[in-house]
Design a protein around this ligand. Structure first.
Ligand code: ZN
Length: 72
């Protein structure tokens, strides 16, 4: 029982990704982005939140847009 649980937890790659999402570090779906005239925008691969590119490699939650699950 315990062995199975441990194995499942450590084998899940999205566990780390979700942690990153919690600290506002997201990754765009398929590493693609759209230019909206002010910044690059996309959607988080892990939590589906609307995100924008702060700078290269750094994506933040886009609070200007509503992503459906915005509880912050
Ligand atoms: Zn995310």
């Amino acid at each position: 029982m315990a062995r199975t649980l441990t194995r499942t937890a450590s084998k899940s790659p999205s566990a780390t990704a979700r942690l990153l999402c919690l600290v506002n570090r997201h990754q765009p779906v398929g590493r693609r982005a759209d230019w909206d005239g002010a910044s690059y925008i996309s959607r988080c691969e892990h939590c589906q939140a609307p995100i924008f590119r702060l700078k290269k490699g750094k994506w933040r939650r886009d609070r200007r847009r509503r992503g459906g699950q915005d509880r912050l």
